[in-house]
Design a protein around this ligand. Structure first.
Ligand code: NAD
Length: 307
């Protein structure tokens, strides 16, 4: 073995292993609340932060309700133990409306705020000033480049993507996104953390959509184009993918579930990055539906109508 290889191994051996015991989660919406729940349920101290007290109260109530569903299944034979699990989990969650306060003792910060690059950069610029040097920063962005968000800080080595899936308590996958600047120790720490909260991590590079959305978004857009060309009805395309490919939802049902506005935002951003890529071509029909306020299930109408 060469001397440089030995030096490398010795250095790696000496490097202290980073572990996450306490964390701050910025943004307590669908994703932030879900991440807080699974982290707190596995014994991590969580500070959950949002812009207003009533939003945080709603998030806490949502977590409590979600935990009751977990307990109903997991502790069906021992309700007392189930109640204890809920009490202990909720006791691990503190809330604040001050991001600077949320991060003062955090080993890890997970950001789950609005999907807007400038807003995320602004937040991390502030957090960078108040978080200790040891604190790892992670973004739960679905579509923005991790490198561009990390560039707003001075800790590129301690910055990565940690992409959870909705609903977080149910979905097992976490994409751990290694940007070019992410250190090996930080990457390993995030892989360990993902396992510690009961998830299955996969490793991704910082490329548009990482793994899942890089395949899923072009698939959904191609389904819209198939329908626009008149090659099949949306109902038949949905049935085809459910019965022929074994997918739990058809692409139009999935588009409505994810939100047409979100899908448009993602594809427009990627199209801007790679205008020549036919897989990132925007869709006229999708644009029209979004302009008409038909954003899917959440607005009562998208490709389908909902009561
Ligand atoms: P959401 O709208 O449900 O929640 C966002 C929360 O962030 C809101 O409560 C809002 O008040 C809060 N917020 C906004 N700006 C803030 C700030 N500066 N400081 C503190 N809080 C702030 O959104 P979501 O669906 O939870 O998505 C959050 C992030 O997760 C986005 O980047 C999104 O792309 C990503 N994501 C979403 C999904 C999904 O299916 N919804 C899946 C994976 C990743």
């Amino acid at each position: 073995m060469s001397l440089s290889a030995l030096t490398y191994i010795a250095r790696r051996g000496m490097a202290t292993k980073l572990t996450v015991k306490s964390m701050a989660i910025i943004g307590s919406g669908q994703m932030g609340a879900g991440i807080a729940q699974v982290a707190a349920a596995t014994g991590h101290k969580v500070v959950l932060c949002d812009t207003a007290g009533d939003i945080l109260e709603k998030a806490q109530a949502g977590i409590q309700k979600s935990l009751q569903r977990v307990v109903k299944k997991k502790y069906a034979d021992d309700p007392e133990k189930g109640q204890e699990f809920i009490t202990n989990t909720m006791a691990n969650i503190e809330t604040t409306t001050e991001p600077a306060k949320a991060v003062v003792t955090a080993d890890l910060v997970v950001e789950a705020i609005v999907e807007n690059l400038a807003v995320k950069q602004d937040l991390f610029r502030t957090l960078d000033k108040f978080a200790p040097a040891k604190t790892i920063f992670a973004s739960n962005t679905s579509s923005l480049p991790i490198t561009a968000i990390a560039d707003s800080t001075k800790r590129q080595d301690k910055f990565a993507g940690l992409h959870f899936f909705n609903p977080v308590p149910v979905m097992k996958l976490v994409e751990v996104v290694r940007a070019p600047g992410t250190s090996q120790e930080v990457y390993e720490c995030l892989m360990d953390f993902s396992k510690a909260i009961g998830k299955h991590p996969v490793t991704c590079k910082d490329t548009p959509g990482f793994l899942v959305n890089r395949l899923l978004v072009p698939y959904m857009l191609e389904s819209v184009r198939l329908y626009e060309r008149g090659d099949g009805s949306k109902e038949d395309i949905d049935v085809a993918m459910k019965l022929g490919a074994g997918y739990p939802m058809g692409p139009f049902e999935l588009l409505d579930y994810v939100g047409l506005d979100t899908c448009k935002f993602i594809i427009d951003g990627w199209h801007e990055l790679e205008p020549e890529n036919p897989l990132f071509e925007p869709s006229q029909l999708l644009n029209e539906l979004v302009a008409a306020g038909k954003h899917g299930k959440k607005t009562g109408e998208g490709f389908y109508k909902y009561n």
